[in-house]
Design a protein around this ligand. Structure first.
Ligand code: 4AD
Ligand code: MG
Length: 460
Protein backbone atom coordinates (compact mmCIF):
# COMPACT_ATOMS: atom_id res chain seq x y z
CA UNK A 1 0.00 0.00 0.00
CA UNK A 2 1.26 3.46 -0.88
CA UNK A 3 1.24 6.27 1.58
CA UNK A 4 -1.55 8.75 0.95
CA UNK A 5 -0.97 12.50 1.04
CA UNK A 6 -3.14 14.39 3.47
CA UNK A 7 -4.15 16.84 0.74
CA UNK A 8 -5.89 13.94 -1.03
CA UNK A 9 -7.31 12.33 2.11
CA UNK A 10 -9.16 15.42 3.25
CA UNK A 11 -10.89 15.63 -0.12
CA UNK A 12 -12.30 12.12 0.19
CA UNK A 13 -16.08 11.80 -0.18
CA UNK A 14 -16.29 8.46 1.62
CA UNK A 15 -14.65 6.65 4.54
CA UNK A 16 -11.63 4.50 3.64
CA UNK A 17 -10.89 1.18 5.30
CA UNK A 18 -7.08 1.29 4.96
CA UNK A 19 -4.98 4.41 4.81
CA UNK A 20 -1.31 4.99 5.43
CA UNK A 21 0.07 8.45 6.16
CA UNK A 22 3.50 9.72 7.09
CA UNK A 23 4.32 13.10 8.53
CA UNK A 24 5.35 15.18 11.50
CA UNK A 25 3.48 15.76 14.72
CA UNK A 26 2.20 19.29 15.18
CA UNK A 27 0.50 18.66 18.51
CA UNK A 28 -0.48 15.77 20.71
CA UNK A 29 -3.10 15.66 23.41
CA UNK A 30 -3.63 12.74 25.76
CA UNK A 31 -7.07 11.83 27.08
CA UNK A 32 -7.90 9.07 29.53
CA UNK A 33 -7.68 6.06 27.28
CA UNK A 34 -6.49 7.49 23.98
CA UNK A 35 -4.37 10.23 22.33
CA UNK A 36 -5.17 12.83 19.68
CA UNK A 37 -2.36 13.60 17.27
CA UNK A 38 -2.37 16.39 14.71
CA UNK A 39 -0.17 15.16 11.88
CA UNK A 40 1.08 17.36 9.04
CA UNK A 41 2.78 15.90 5.99
CA UNK A 42 3.53 19.17 4.21
CA UNK A 43 1.24 18.38 1.29
CA UNK A 44 -1.23 21.03 2.43
CA UNK A 45 -1.95 23.46 5.23
CA UNK A 46 -4.38 21.14 6.98
CA UNK A 47 -3.36 18.49 9.49
CA UNK A 48 -5.03 15.14 9.75
CA UNK A 49 -6.23 14.18 13.22
CA UNK A 50 -5.19 10.74 14.40
CA UNK A 51 -6.92 8.94 17.23
CA UNK A 52 -4.74 6.35 18.96
CA UNK A 53 -6.47 4.06 21.39
CA UNK A 54 -4.59 2.73 24.43
CA UNK A 55 -5.27 -0.82 23.22
CA UNK A 56 -2.68 -0.37 20.48
CA UNK A 57 0.44 -2.60 20.96
CA UNK A 58 3.00 0.11 21.40
CA UNK A 59 0.92 2.62 23.37
CA UNK A 60 3.93 3.20 25.64
CA UNK A 61 5.97 4.40 22.67
CA UNK A 62 3.05 6.52 21.46
CA UNK A 63 2.96 8.24 24.83
CA UNK A 64 6.52 9.48 24.27
CA UNK A 65 5.59 11.25 21.06
CA UNK A 66 5.85 15.04 21.19
CA UNK A 67 5.70 17.95 18.73
CA UNK A 68 8.13 17.48 15.87
CA UNK A 69 8.27 13.66 15.92
CA UNK A 70 7.99 11.78 12.62
CA UNK A 71 5.37 9.03 12.32
CA UNK A 72 3.95 6.49 9.92
CA UNK A 73 0.34 5.74 10.71
CA UNK A 74 -1.96 3.06 9.36
CA UNK A 75 -5.65 3.11 10.06
CA UNK A 76 -9.17 3.83 8.99
CA UNK A 77 -10.38 7.15 7.60
CA UNK A 78 -13.62 7.89 9.39
CA UNK A 79 -15.91 10.83 9.76
CA UNK A 80 -14.76 12.95 12.67
CA UNK A 81 -17.09 13.40 15.59
CA UNK A 82 -15.24 16.44 16.88
CA UNK A 83 -15.61 19.85 15.30
CA UNK A 84 -13.03 21.45 13.05
CA UNK A 85 -12.38 18.62 10.62
CA UNK A 86 -14.43 16.34 8.43
CA UNK A 87 -12.16 13.29 8.57
CA UNK A 88 -9.87 11.68 11.09
CA UNK A 89 -7.85 8.50 11.20
CA UNK A 90 -8.48 5.76 13.74
CA UNK A 91 -5.02 4.32 14.01
CA UNK A 92 -4.43 0.60 13.90
CA UNK A 93 -0.65 0.95 13.82
CA UNK A 94 1.64 3.84 14.74
CA UNK A 95 5.32 3.54 13.82
CA UNK A 96 7.50 6.12 15.47
CA UNK A 97 10.07 6.94 12.77
CA UNK A 98 11.87 9.34 15.08
CA UNK A 99 11.25 11.49 18.11
CA UNK A 100 12.00 15.19 18.56
CA UNK A 101 13.28 16.17 21.99
CA UNK A 102 11.67 19.14 23.69
CA UNK A 103 14.48 21.39 22.48
CA UNK A 104 12.61 21.37 19.13
CA UNK A 105 12.22 25.11 18.59
CA UNK A 106 8.78 25.02 16.97
CA UNK A 107 6.53 24.44 19.94
CA UNK A 108 2.87 25.32 19.75
CA UNK A 109 2.90 29.10 19.93
CA UNK A 110 3.20 32.01 17.55
CA UNK A 111 6.82 32.71 16.62
CA UNK A 112 8.00 36.00 15.18
CA UNK A 113 9.21 36.20 11.57
CA UNK A 114 12.59 37.41 12.86
CA UNK A 115 13.00 34.36 15.07
CA UNK A 116 11.91 32.03 12.28
CA UNK A 117 14.46 33.61 9.94
CA UNK A 118 17.14 32.54 12.41
CA UNK A 119 15.94 28.93 12.02
CA UNK A 120 15.27 29.07 8.29
CA UNK A 121 16.04 25.34 8.05
CA UNK A 122 13.01 24.53 10.22
CA UNK A 123 10.59 27.30 9.33
CA UNK A 124 8.99 25.45 6.37
CA UNK A 125 7.54 23.16 9.07
CA UNK A 126 5.28 25.97 10.28
CA UNK A 127 1.86 26.68 8.80
CA UNK A 128 2.80 30.07 7.43
CA UNK A 129 6.08 29.10 5.78
CA UNK A 130 4.75 25.80 4.52
CA UNK A 131 2.08 27.86 2.77
CA UNK A 132 4.62 30.39 1.41
CA UNK A 133 6.72 27.68 -0.17
CA UNK A 134 3.83 25.68 -1.56
CA UNK A 135 2.63 28.89 -3.22
CA UNK A 136 6.15 29.56 -4.48
CA UNK A 137 6.18 26.13 -6.10
CA UNK A 138 2.74 26.51 -7.67
CA UNK A 139 3.46 29.99 -8.92
CA UNK A 140 6.64 28.94 -10.72
CA UNK A 141 4.52 26.46 -12.59
CA UNK A 142 2.05 29.28 -13.30
CA UNK A 143 4.84 31.31 -14.89
CA UNK A 144 5.77 28.51 -17.26
CA UNK A 145 2.14 27.84 -18.04
CA UNK A 146 1.53 31.50 -18.93
CA UNK A 147 4.35 31.63 -21.43
CA UNK A 148 3.79 28.18 -22.85
CA UNK A 149 0.14 29.00 -23.57
CA UNK A 150 1.36 31.98 -25.56
CA UNK A 151 4.01 30.15 -27.59
CA UNK A 152 7.06 31.55 -25.76
CA UNK A 153 10.20 29.38 -25.63
CA UNK A 154 12.03 28.88 -22.34
CA UNK A 155 15.73 29.83 -22.57
CA UNK A 156 18.31 29.06 -19.89
CA UNK A 157 20.78 31.93 -19.95
CA UNK A 158 24.21 31.72 -18.31
CA UNK A 159 24.67 32.37 -14.63
CA UNK A 160 28.38 33.14 -14.99
CA UNK A 161 28.96 35.92 -17.49
CA UNK A 162 31.44 38.52 -18.61
CA UNK A 163 28.90 41.31 -19.12
CA UNK A 164 27.10 43.77 -16.89
CA UNK A 165 23.67 44.17 -18.43
CA UNK A 166 22.34 46.86 -16.12
CA UNK A 167 25.63 48.74 -15.95
CA UNK A 168 25.03 49.50 -12.29
CA UNK A 169 28.22 47.76 -11.23
CA UNK A 170 26.54 45.66 -8.56
CA UNK A 171 28.44 42.56 -9.58
CA UNK A 172 29.58 39.53 -7.66
CA UNK A 173 32.96 38.61 -9.06
CA UNK A 174 33.60 34.98 -10.00
CA UNK A 175 37.23 33.97 -9.71
CA UNK A 176 39.49 31.03 -9.01
CA UNK A 177 42.45 33.27 -8.17
CA UNK A 178 43.94 32.76 -4.77
CA UNK A 179 42.57 35.41 -2.41
CA UNK A 180 45.82 35.41 -0.43
CA UNK A 181 47.79 36.74 -3.42
CA UNK A 182 49.19 40.21 -2.76
CA UNK A 183 46.85 42.84 -4.18
CA UNK A 184 48.39 44.33 -7.30
CA UNK A 185 48.40 48.10 -7.81
CA UNK A 186 45.05 49.50 -8.97
CA UNK A 187 44.36 48.74 -12.62
CA UNK A 188 47.16 46.18 -12.77
CA UNK A 189 45.15 43.14 -11.81
CA UNK A 190 45.72 40.56 -14.51
CA UNK A 191 42.55 38.63 -15.21
CA UNK A 192 44.42 36.78 -17.96
CA UNK A 193 45.50 34.39 -15.19
CA UNK A 194 41.93 33.84 -14.03
CA UNK A 195 39.75 30.87 -14.96
CA UNK A 196 38.06 32.48 -17.96
CA UNK A 197 41.06 34.60 -18.91
CA UNK A 198 39.00 37.72 -18.32
CA UNK A 199 36.82 39.36 -15.67
CA UNK A 200 33.69 37.38 -14.91
CA UNK A 201 30.75 37.73 -12.60
CA UNK A 202 27.38 36.30 -11.61
CA UNK A 203 24.64 37.52 -13.91
CA UNK A 204 22.49 40.52 -12.92
CA UNK A 205 20.02 39.75 -15.74
CA UNK A 206 19.70 37.28 -18.59
CA UNK A 207 18.36 39.95 -20.89
CA UNK A 208 21.23 40.38 -23.35
CA UNK A 209 21.34 36.63 -23.98
CA UNK A 210 17.55 36.46 -24.18
CA UNK A 211 17.57 39.18 -26.85
CA UNK A 212 19.78 37.00 -29.06
CA UNK A 213 17.24 34.19 -28.80
CA UNK A 214 14.21 36.45 -29.34
CA UNK A 215 15.91 37.49 -32.58
CA UNK A 216 15.91 33.84 -33.59
CA UNK A 217 12.93 32.12 -31.97
CA UNK A 218 10.58 35.11 -31.79
CA UNK A 219 9.10 35.08 -28.29
CA UNK A 220 11.26 33.74 -25.47
CA UNK A 221 11.59 33.99 -21.71
CA UNK A 222 14.07 33.18 -19.01
CA UNK A 223 13.27 32.24 -15.43
CA UNK A 224 16.29 31.84 -13.23
CA UNK A 225 18.47 33.21 -10.46
CA UNK A 226 20.08 36.64 -10.69
CA UNK A 227 22.57 38.25 -8.36
CA UNK A 228 23.14 41.81 -7.25
CA UNK A 229 25.72 43.04 -4.79
CA UNK A 230 23.47 45.95 -3.84
CA UNK A 231 24.47 46.97 -0.39
CA UNK A 232 20.97 47.98 0.57
CA UNK A 233 19.25 46.35 3.49
CA UNK A 234 15.63 46.90 2.48
CA UNK A 235 12.59 44.69 2.76
CA UNK A 236 12.43 44.44 -1.04
CA UNK A 237 16.03 43.73 -2.05
CA UNK A 238 18.13 40.61 -1.76
CA UNK A 239 21.48 39.65 -3.25
CA UNK A 240 20.09 36.54 -4.94
CA UNK A 241 16.63 36.52 -6.47
CA UNK A 242 14.75 34.93 -9.33
CA UNK A 243 13.74 36.91 -12.34
CA UNK A 244 11.32 36.18 -15.15
CA UNK A 245 12.45 37.88 -18.35
CA UNK A 246 10.31 37.69 -21.48
CA UNK A 247 11.77 39.10 -24.68
CA UNK A 248 9.68 39.60 -27.83
CA UNK A 249 10.79 40.24 -31.39
CA UNK A 250 8.68 42.62 -33.50
CA UNK A 251 7.26 44.19 -30.38
CA UNK A 252 7.21 47.83 -29.27
CA UNK A 253 6.82 49.43 -25.84
CA UNK A 254 3.01 49.23 -25.96
CA UNK A 255 3.08 45.49 -26.62
CA UNK A 256 5.57 45.14 -23.80
CA UNK A 257 3.28 46.98 -21.36
CA UNK A 258 0.37 44.80 -22.41
CA UNK A 259 2.31 41.61 -21.74
CA UNK A 260 3.47 42.89 -18.33
CA UNK A 261 -0.06 43.81 -17.27
CA UNK A 262 -1.45 40.47 -18.48
CA UNK A 263 1.30 38.54 -16.68
CA UNK A 264 0.70 40.25 -13.33
CA UNK A 265 -3.04 39.60 -13.56
CA UNK A 266 -2.57 36.01 -14.72
CA UNK A 267 -0.23 35.13 -11.85
CA UNK A 268 -2.60 36.58 -9.26
CA UNK A 269 -5.54 34.72 -10.75
CA UNK A 270 -3.46 31.54 -10.99
CA UNK A 271 -2.61 31.71 -7.29
CA UNK A 272 -6.25 32.32 -6.37
CA UNK A 273 -7.32 29.34 -8.47
CA UNK A 274 -4.65 26.90 -7.33
CA UNK A 275 -3.67 27.92 -3.79
CA UNK A 276 -6.93 29.01 -2.19
CA UNK A 277 -6.41 27.04 1.05
CA UNK A 278 -2.92 28.47 1.62
CA UNK A 279 -3.99 31.98 0.58
CA UNK A 280 -6.74 31.95 3.16
CA UNK A 281 -4.09 31.80 5.88
CA UNK A 282 -2.49 35.00 4.55
CA UNK A 283 -5.84 36.72 4.16
CA UNK A 284 -6.71 35.88 7.78
CA UNK A 285 -3.44 36.29 9.64
CA UNK A 286 -0.99 38.30 7.52
CA UNK A 287 -2.93 40.93 5.59
CA UNK A 288 -6.67 41.37 6.09
CA UNK A 289 -6.82 43.50 2.94
CA UNK A 290 -5.11 40.86 0.79
CA UNK A 291 -8.08 39.68 -1.24
CA UNK A 292 -9.56 43.15 -1.92
CA UNK A 293 -6.09 44.36 -2.95
CA UNK A 294 -5.64 41.47 -5.36
CA UNK A 295 -9.20 41.72 -6.72
CA UNK A 296 -8.57 45.39 -7.38
CA UNK A 297 -5.39 44.65 -9.35
CA UNK A 298 -6.99 41.89 -11.41
CA UNK A 299 -10.00 44.02 -12.31
CA UNK A 300 -8.33 47.37 -12.98
CA UNK A 301 -6.82 48.75 -16.17
CA UNK A 302 -3.27 49.69 -15.25
CA UNK A 303 -2.76 53.45 -15.50
CA UNK A 304 -0.08 54.49 -18.02
CA UNK A 305 1.81 57.56 -16.97
CA UNK A 306 4.84 59.21 -18.60
CA UNK A 307 7.71 59.74 -16.15
CA UNK A 308 7.43 63.52 -16.41
CA UNK A 309 3.76 63.42 -15.37
CA UNK A 310 4.67 61.20 -12.44
CA UNK A 311 7.24 63.78 -11.35
CA UNK A 312 4.58 66.53 -11.63
CA UNK A 313 2.15 64.59 -9.47
CA UNK A 314 4.82 63.93 -6.85
CA UNK A 315 5.94 67.54 -6.76
CA UNK A 316 2.35 68.65 -6.16
CA UNK A 317 1.69 65.95 -3.54
CA UNK A 318 1.04 67.26 -0.05
CA UNK A 319 3.35 64.71 1.49
CA UNK A 320 6.90 65.10 2.70
CA UNK A 321 9.17 62.52 1.13
CA UNK A 322 12.63 61.64 2.43
CA UNK A 323 14.17 61.71 -1.06
CA UNK A 324 14.03 64.70 -3.42
CA UNK A 325 11.77 64.72 -6.49
CA UNK A 326 13.13 66.41 -9.54
CA UNK A 327 13.00 65.66 -13.26
CA UNK A 328 16.07 63.54 -13.99
CA UNK A 329 16.24 61.76 -10.62
CA UNK A 330 15.24 58.16 -10.18
CA UNK A 331 11.97 57.52 -8.36
CA UNK A 332 12.42 56.01 -4.92
CA UNK A 333 10.23 53.33 -3.47
CA UNK A 334 8.36 55.89 -1.29
CA UNK A 335 7.47 57.85 -4.47
CA UNK A 336 6.40 54.75 -6.34
CA UNK A 337 4.23 53.61 -3.49
CA UNK A 338 2.61 57.02 -3.12
CA UNK A 339 1.65 56.98 -6.79
CA UNK A 340 0.18 53.50 -6.84
CA UNK A 341 -1.25 53.31 -3.29
CA UNK A 342 -2.40 56.83 -2.53
CA UNK A 343 -2.74 58.75 -5.75
CA UNK A 344 -4.21 56.26 -8.20
CA UNK A 345 -4.96 53.33 -5.88
CA UNK A 346 -4.19 50.84 -8.63
CA UNK A 347 -1.20 49.57 -10.63
CA UNK A 348 0.65 52.11 -12.77
CA UNK A 349 2.97 51.76 -15.72
CA UNK A 350 5.47 54.62 -15.75
CA UNK A 351 7.19 55.04 -19.10
CA UNK A 352 9.55 57.29 -21.10
CA UNK A 353 12.21 57.84 -18.44
CA UNK A 354 15.13 60.25 -18.92
CA UNK A 355 17.93 58.40 -20.68
CA UNK A 356 20.43 59.51 -18.05
CA UNK A 357 18.95 57.23 -15.37
CA UNK A 358 18.47 54.12 -17.52
CA UNK A 359 20.84 51.48 -18.99
CA UNK A 360 22.44 51.71 -22.44
CA UNK A 361 20.23 49.19 -24.23
CA UNK A 362 16.94 51.10 -23.96
CA UNK A 363 15.54 52.58 -27.16
CA UNK A 364 16.09 56.31 -27.55
CA UNK A 365 12.84 58.23 -28.17
CA UNK A 366 12.54 60.89 -30.90
CA UNK A 367 13.01 63.66 -28.30
CA UNK A 368 16.55 62.23 -27.82
CA UNK A 369 16.14 62.87 -24.07
CA UNK A 370 13.99 59.98 -22.98
CA UNK A 371 14.08 56.24 -23.59
CA UNK A 372 11.24 53.76 -24.19
CA UNK A 373 11.47 52.32 -20.69
CA UNK A 374 8.59 51.13 -18.55
CA UNK A 375 8.26 50.15 -14.91
CA UNK A 376 5.14 48.54 -13.49
CA UNK A 377 4.28 49.58 -9.95
CA UNK A 378 1.74 47.82 -7.77
CA UNK A 379 0.29 48.68 -4.36
CA UNK A 380 2.27 47.36 -1.37
CA UNK A 381 5.34 46.50 -3.43
CA UNK A 382 6.20 49.41 -5.69
CA UNK A 383 8.24 48.28 -8.69
CA UNK A 384 7.47 44.71 -9.68
CA UNK A 385 8.49 44.92 -13.35
CA UNK A 386 11.20 46.90 -15.14
CA UNK A 387 11.68 46.77 -18.89
CA UNK A 388 11.92 48.58 -22.18
CA UNK A 389 11.87 48.53 -25.92
CA UNK A 390 15.47 47.82 -26.96
CA UNK A 391 17.62 50.03 -29.14
CA UNK A 392 17.66 48.12 -32.41
CA UNK A 393 19.52 50.81 -34.48
CA UNK A 394 23.23 50.00 -34.62
CA UNK A 395 24.48 53.59 -34.81
CA UNK A 396 22.30 54.82 -31.95
CA UNK A 397 23.24 51.83 -29.82
CA UNK A 398 26.94 52.44 -30.43
CA UNK A 399 26.55 56.05 -29.36
CA UNK A 400 24.72 55.01 -26.18
CA UNK A 401 27.45 52.53 -25.37
CA UNK A 402 30.11 55.19 -25.81
CA UNK A 403 28.23 57.50 -23.45
CA UNK A 404 27.94 54.67 -20.92
CA UNK A 405 31.67 53.99 -21.22
CA UNK A 406 31.15 50.43 -22.47
CA UNK A 407 33.66 48.69 -24.70
CA UNK A 408 32.27 47.92 -28.14
CA UNK A 409 34.82 45.13 -28.43
CA UNK A 410 33.51 43.15 -25.52
CA UNK A 411 29.90 43.58 -26.69
CA UNK A 412 30.73 42.69 -30.34
CA UNK A 413 28.22 39.85 -30.34
CA UNK A 414 25.45 42.08 -28.99
CA UNK A 415 26.19 44.66 -31.70
CA UNK A 416 26.16 41.90 -34.33
CA UNK A 417 22.49 41.34 -33.62
CA UNK A 418 21.88 44.93 -34.77
CA UNK A 419 24.08 44.39 -37.80
CA UNK A 420 22.29 41.35 -39.15
CA UNK A 421 18.53 41.39 -39.48
CA UNK A 422 17.86 43.75 -36.59
CA UNK A 423 14.19 44.28 -35.64
CA UNK A 424 12.27 46.25 -33.05
CA UNK A 425 12.04 44.17 -29.91
CA UNK A 426 11.09 44.55 -26.26
CA UNK A 427 11.10 42.80 -22.95
CA UNK A 428 11.06 43.17 -19.22
CA UNK A 429 12.08 41.57 -15.95
CA UNK A 430 9.68 40.64 -13.19
CA UNK A 431 11.06 39.92 -9.73
CA UNK A 432 9.60 36.55 -8.77
CA UNK A 433 9.93 37.23 -5.04
CA UNK A 434 8.15 40.57 -5.37
CA UNK A 435 5.30 38.75 -7.09
CA UNK A 436 5.21 36.29 -4.19
CA UNK A 437 5.09 39.16 -1.71
CA UNK A 438 2.15 40.58 -3.63
CA UNK A 439 0.07 37.39 -3.62
CA UNK A 440 0.78 36.53 0.02
CA UNK A 441 0.84 39.96 1.63
CA UNK A 442 4.23 39.09 3.17
CA UNK A 443 6.07 42.37 3.64
CA UNK A 444 9.68 41.20 3.88
CA UNK A 445 11.28 39.62 0.82
CA UNK A 446 13.42 37.43 3.12
CA UNK A 447 10.27 35.57 4.07
CA UNK A 448 9.39 34.32 0.59
CA UNK A 449 12.86 32.86 -0.13
CA UNK A 450 13.91 29.47 1.27
CA UNK A 451 17.36 30.69 2.32
CA UNK A 452 17.69 34.42 1.67
CA UNK A 453 21.02 36.10 0.86
CA UNK A 454 21.46 39.67 2.08
CA UNK A 455 24.48 41.80 2.99
CA UNK A 456 26.32 40.08 5.81
CA UNK A 457 24.09 36.99 5.83
CA UNK A 458 24.82 33.71 4.10
CA UNK A 459 23.69 31.22 6.75
CA UNK A 460 22.18 27.90 5.73
O1 4AD B 1 14.45 46.71 -13.19
P1 4AD B 1 15.50 45.65 -13.28
O2 4AD B 1 16.84 45.97 -12.77
O3 4AD B 1 15.53 45.23 -14.81
C1 4AD B 1 16.44 44.41 -15.42
O4 4AD B 1 17.29 43.75 -14.87
C2 4AD B 1 16.20 44.25 -16.91
N1 4AD B 1 17.45 43.79 -17.54
C3 4AD B 1 15.07 43.30 -17.13
C4 4AD B 1 14.72 43.14 -18.57
O5 4AD B 1 14.34 44.08 -19.21
N2 4AD B 1 14.84 41.94 -19.11
O6 4AD B 1 14.98 44.34 -12.51
C5 4AD B 1 13.76 43.73 -12.88
C6 4AD B 1 12.94 43.38 -11.65
C7 4AD B 1 12.57 44.57 -10.78
O7 4AD B 1 11.43 45.22 -11.26
C8 4AD B 1 12.30 43.89 -9.44
O8 4AD B 1 11.01 43.30 -9.42
C9 4AD B 1 13.32 42.77 -9.44
O9 4AD B 1 13.69 42.53 -10.80
N3 4AD B 1 14.53 43.13 -8.68
C10 4AD B 1 14.84 42.63 -7.46
N4 4AD B 1 14.19 41.79 -6.65
C11 4AD B 1 14.77 41.48 -5.47
N5 4AD B 1 15.97 41.97 -5.06
C12 4AD B 1 16.67 42.81 -5.85
N6 4AD B 1 17.87 43.26 -5.44
C13 4AD B 1 16.10 43.19 -7.10
N7 4AD B 1 16.51 43.99 -8.11
C14 4AD B 1 15.54 43.93 -9.05
MG1 MG C 1 14.23 48.55 -12.28
Amino acid sequence: MERTKVTNLIKSDHPIENVWVKGWVRTKRDAKSFSFIELNDGSCLKNIQIIVDETIDNYDAVKKITTGAALAVRGKLVESKGGGQQWEIQASQVDVISLAPDTFPLQKKRHSDEFLRSIAHLRPRTNKYGAVFRIRSELSFGVHQFFRQRGFRYIQTPIITGSDCEGAGELFRVTTLNPSMPTPPAGKFDFANDFFGTESNLTVSGQLSAEMFALALGDVYTFGPTFRAENSNTSRHVAEFWMIEPEMAFCDLTGNMELGETLVKHLIQFTMDHCSQDMELFARFVDKQLMPTLDNIVSSDFERLPYKDAVDILQKAKVSFSYPIEYGLDLQSEHERYLTEKHLKKPIIIYDYPKTIKPFYMRLNDDEQTVAAMDILVPRIGEIIGGSQREERLDVLERQMETAGLSKDSYWWYLDSRRYGTVPHSGFGMGFERMLMLVTGVTNIRDVIPFPRTPGTIDF
